[in-house]
Ligand binder design. Structure first.
Ligand code: GLC
Length: 581
């Protein structure tokens, strides 16, 4: 039994309202290829998104974050950018982007775009120029080209592994690259994603100019991809640790933010080097030159949480994704420690804590929580893998979302989670596109299962995603029951639960609220309970009921339709918001 020390009940003080929208924003991630397809080619596009922005306004989110839509050969679904200043024809045109931005702003939605500075595509003009020039040329110096080891340079320059599996180095050859020399280049991801050399001032200047290009167009912020990876340790030393952004270890936390895990486990010479911070200070100065309230959010899988807070010091980024919560599974004491440590480290630098359960890189949270060991983080689930329990997963997924949205700070939602969508866990391997699947020879199923096109209308072609019925990945038949039109106006549906939750969160000012552990539950191992303003949030992560305070008004319950109203008892795997009398 964990007993909380009553002196530490108050965890986070209510924030003053400086009018900075991002401090308490609910930000919805749109994955452009899978959101809505207007031109019917089976791949979502910017006009498709614009046409569905009403759904997001009605959902009650504050902002949209768009995964990359830039020119790209799509070797990593757009995270391999060949032109940072243009829209890929797959997704539309710059004029389509401007129209999206205007419509979003008209609806009161902010727009955050993705920036991918760690690597470019190998089809970027810079990499092509590097291939056409000699070793040692200024063109090569924009990337990390090195001579190999061994008598003929036949061994890679160091032992680093790619995050997608296999070696992180590829050797140039006449056949593949048209080069006479045999240097190697570094790619922490796919071989079509060469890492840029951020010690090179030209690289820095180029990205500062790219940021200005999108700021001038009117974007409200940037999500910085692999923000912990841009600077590598001098000399690129060997490292025997395991690189992964997805299946980090779930070390038991001990409550000390100096050691509470951020879920990444990434501490090698390619990650979280002190030099990255100077880049963000420079970027912050650029954003501060602009009017409005532009923001930066870091995707940084670093450990421990105290290291993550360094990315959101007052002169750096505004937010960092807090993956620790996502990585912790369904375990009340561990989550309580993560929550407390998250506030402690972020409060110490004056940054809001963010909360997130799902994104385009992880198994959707209802499915993770429905696995035999809830909270396991496999990189994808295939037909022959242990399957999640769909109903239990949905029950826990809704409970987790209600818990998360009751916490002060900013929250990130991934498209489709408002529908309670599970992962697609029976996708044919021949249809998979994630490079991680190929680079691990199928040992990792990869991320396609969380990227399947959304179901909008149960009976329309492609469930309303595409007018022609084409979809770049097939939608499971069972998803008809999750379609947005089926859930709209349906009492107790996940969509209506999210809408009501976001409405109340905003009305009651919970995003800027404070957090105090509820003393009455301090002695239990299965409950997370706290007060935020006048709301008592009680999440029962166990399978047996726990008592509820008498006389409290139930504002919201994550229970499934058909469940009895929580009276004096809260059933297992359920969260409620109560108004204190
Ligand atoms: C980030 C993205 C992921 C991508 C990787 C390489 O982690 O979220 O989707 O594959 O970076 O750009």
């Amino acid at each position: 039994m964990t007993t909380l020390d009553s002196r530490t009940l108050a965890v986070h003080a209510p924030g003053p309202d400086h009018g900075e929208w991002w401090r308490d924003a609910v930000i919805y991630q749109v994955y452009p290829r899978s959101f809505a397809d207007a031109n019917g080619d089976g791949i979502g596009d910017l006009p498709g998104i614009t046409g569905r922005l009403d759904h997001l306004a009605a959902l009650g989110v504050d902002a949209v974050w768009l995964s990359p839509f830039y020119r790209s050969p799509q070797a990593d679904a757009g995270y391999d950018v060949s032109d940072y200043r243009d829209v890929d024809p797959l997704f539309g045109t710059l004029a389509d982007f401007d129209a999206l931005l205007t419509r979003a702003h008209d609806l009161g939605l902010k727009v955050v775009v993705d920036m991918v500075p760690n690597h470019s595509s190998d089809e970027h003009v810079w990499f092509q120029e590097a291939l056409r020039t000699e070793p040692g040329s200024p063109e090569r110096a924009r990337y990390l080209f090195r001579e190999g080891k061994g008598a003929d340079g036949e061994l890679p320059p160091n032992n680093w592994q790619s995050i997608f599996g296999g070696p992180a180095w590829t050797r140039l050859s006449e056949e593949r690259h048209g080069t006479a020399d045999r240097q190697w280049y570094l790619h922490m991801f796919d071989s079509k994603q060469p890492d840029l050399d951020w010690t090179n001032p030209e690289v820095r200047a180029e990205f500062e100019s790219v940021l200005r290009f999108w700021l001038d167009r009117g974007v409200d912020g940037f999500r910085i991809d692999v923000a912990h990876g841009m600077v590598k340790a001098d000399g690129l030393p060997d490292w025997d640790g395991h690189v992964s952004m997805i299946d980090g270890t779930d070390d038991a936390a001990d409550g000390d933010p100096e050691s509470v895990s951020g879920g990444g486990g990434n501490q090698g010479p390619m990650f979280d080097q002190d030099g990255v911070h100077e880049i963000y200070r420079a970027w912050r100065r650029i954003l501060d030159e602009y009017d409005g309230d532009r923001m930066l959010v870091a995707e940084a899988w670093v450990d421990p949480l105290s290291r993550l807070a360094r990315y959101v010091r007052p002169d750096e980024m505004h937010q960092a994704f807090n993956f620790a919560f996502l990585a912790t599974g369904w375990n009340a004491p561990a989550l309580r420690e993560i929550i407390a440590a998250s506030y402690q480290v972020n409060d110490s630098v004056g940054a809001p804590t963010t909360w997130v359960l799902s994104n385009h890189d992880v198994v959707r949270h209802p499915s993770r929580l429905g696995l035999p060991t809830p909270g396991d983080r496999p990189n994808g689930i295939g037909r022959t893998d242990p399957q999640p329990d769909e109903e239990l997963g949905l029950r826990r997924g809704r409970a987790a979302s209600l818990l998360l949205l009751g916490l002060p700070g900013s929250a990130y939602l991934y498209q489709g989670e408002e529908l309670g969508l599970p992962e697609h866990t029976s996708l044919d391997d021949e249809l998979r596109e994630d490079p991680a699947f190929f680079r691990t020879n199928g040992a990792e199923r990869g991320r396609d299962g969380c990227r399947v096109p959304l179901p909008w209308e149960a009976d329309a072609p492609a469930m309303g995603y595409s007018p022609t019925g084409l979809t770049w990945l097939p939608q499971p038949e069972e998803w008809k029951a999750y379609a947005a039109d089926v859930q709209t106006g349906q009492d107790g549906s996940t969509l209506e639960l999210y809408r009501e939750t976001l409405r109340l969160r905003r009305e009651l000012g919970l995003g800027l609220g404070g957090m105090v552990w509820a003393e009455e539950y301090a002695g239990t191992d299965q409950v997370i309970a706290f007060r935020n303003r006048d709301v008592l949030v009680v999440a029962n992560l166990g399978s047996t009921p726990v008592p509820l305070p008498t006389g409290a008004q139930v504002l919201l319950s994550s229970g499934l339709t058909g469940d009895a109203d929580p009276g004096d008892e809260l059933p297992g795997d359920t969260t409620v918001w109560l108004r204190l009398g």
